[in-house]
Ligand binder design. Structure first.
Ligand SMILES: *Cc1c(COP(=O)(O)O)cnc(C)c1O
Length: 376
């Protein structure tokens, strides 16, 4: 059976595995090596551990198979999602270039923006909803989009934006963190780079930081690889191996977590104290139409607003099955009052809730009970 024809669960459990070798493990263990035997001339892939590592190679193949089944795209893993995003931006842009970034994306992007500007790169921003990026594309070298965006969960039309960007000679990079490659395949929708934080749902256990960039264009990817070498933001072999091990359950986790997220969103929709409820999988959500055209799964994250900061804090304290913690996509549910970080432009009562792998009825009951108890 070809890779492209497999079901996504089958692909997830087999992704990146080497050909079977008698008496060897199915997934080879982490290779801890700063350097490799290298007699004579420099040849072969593995010479020095900052450039290449066999444990990365297996993981990179695996992620590439999930991002673009059967296409053999190149994938590079990084120490974190931010390292991967920075690698795309700083390897593709030079002084005098213009880039379009999301105005409502990941909260580190404003810091990245300041650094790009310090290097003489013009930064334009546009909100994610309504394909507002179209107005900022003229003369840009790169368009970076985050869809669904974190934490607002707006969605933009990847195919439409990629066509418009390419018509103007711009490259397109998509932050695929929230959807995961099972939820959405940006390269098939026309993007040049799909990049993500593997720290979130991709690995799903909240114990690994990881990032990756996948892309089809050899020259563009060579520049990303060169950037990784000179910045050295590399993943440790143990983290890469844990990530690969975690990929085997990606489809199970995505299935459970996304189904429960929809159930929870439907339950929250009935609550009068909950406003601005967002989940791209919810029919009637402003993002649902485009999301249903380009996504196969809608993610594990829900956002909503409670009337006041105090109410939101009481709600978070009353939860028993949902940890008050940042990040998302893990097997244990988490929620937080996003405004506590100061970065995102959201109301004081804004909650981002990440649905874990608990039994759906337990989780929904816990959230509804915490809402009741916080109403005093
Ligand atoms: C978390 C996150 C990142 C950054 O990933 P790290 O692994 O924490 O560096 C980038 N983009 C999005 C959308 C994220 O949620």
């Amino acid at each position: 059976m070809t890779e492209a024809a497999m079901g996504e669960g089958t692909r997830a459990v087999r992704a990146g595995l080497p050909e079977p070798v008698k008496n060897e493990p199915t997934l080879p263990g982490p290779v801890f090596a700063a350097h490799f035997h290298l007699p004579g001339e420099v040849s072969g892939p593995y010479a020095y551990g900052r450039d290449e590592n066999p444990t990365w190679t297996h993981l990179e193949r695996a992620i590439g198979e999930l991002e673009a089944p059967g296409e053999g795209v190149e994938t590079l893993v990084f120490a974190s999602g931010v390292a991967a995003i920075a690698a795309v931006l700083f390897s593709q842009l030079s002084a005098g270039d213009a880039v379009v970034l999301p105005a409502d994306g990941y909260q580190v992007l404003p810091l990245v923006r300041a650094q790009l500007e310090a290097y003489g790169i013009e930064v334009r921003t546009a909100p994610t909803a309504g394909d507002a990026q179209l107005d900022a594309l003229d003369g840009a070298k790169l368009l970076l989009i985050e869809t669904p965006c974190n934490p607002g969960l707006d969605v933009c039309d990847i195919r439409r934006l990629a066509e418009a960007a390419h018509a103007r000679g711009a490259l397109v990079a998509v932050d695929n963190t929230l959807a995961t490659p099972l939820g959405q395949r940006p390269l098939a929708l026309g993007a040049d780079f799909s990049m993500a934080s593997g720290t979130k749902q991709l690995t799903g256990h909240g114990d690994v930081l990881l990032g990756y960039v996948a892309g089809r264009d050899a020259a563009a990817m060579a520049a990303v690889r060169r950037w990784r070498k000179i910045i050295g933001a590399i993943s440790g072999p143990m983290e890469a191996w844990l990530a690969h091990r975690s990929l085997a359950t990606l489809q199970l986790r995505v299935d459970r977590q996304n189904a429960t997220a929809l159930l929870l969103a439907e339950a929250l929709r009935e609550r009068p104290e909950v406003t601005a409820l967002r989940y791209p999988g919810l029919s009637g959500d402003p993002a649902h139409k485009i999301a249903s055209q380009q996504m196969r799964h809608y993610g594990s994250v829900i956002s909503f607003t409670l009337p006041t900061r105090a109410r939101a804090e009481r709600f978070l304290q009353a939860l028993r099955l949902v940890d008050d913690a940042t990040s998302f996509g893990g097997v244990r549910s988490t929620a937080e009052r996003r405004r506590r970080w100061g970065g995102d432009d959201v109301p004081e009562g804004f909650i981002r809730l990440s649905v874990g792998a608990e039994d759906p009825e337990d989780l929904v009951a816990d959230v509804l009970r915490a809402l009741d108890e916080s109403d005093r």
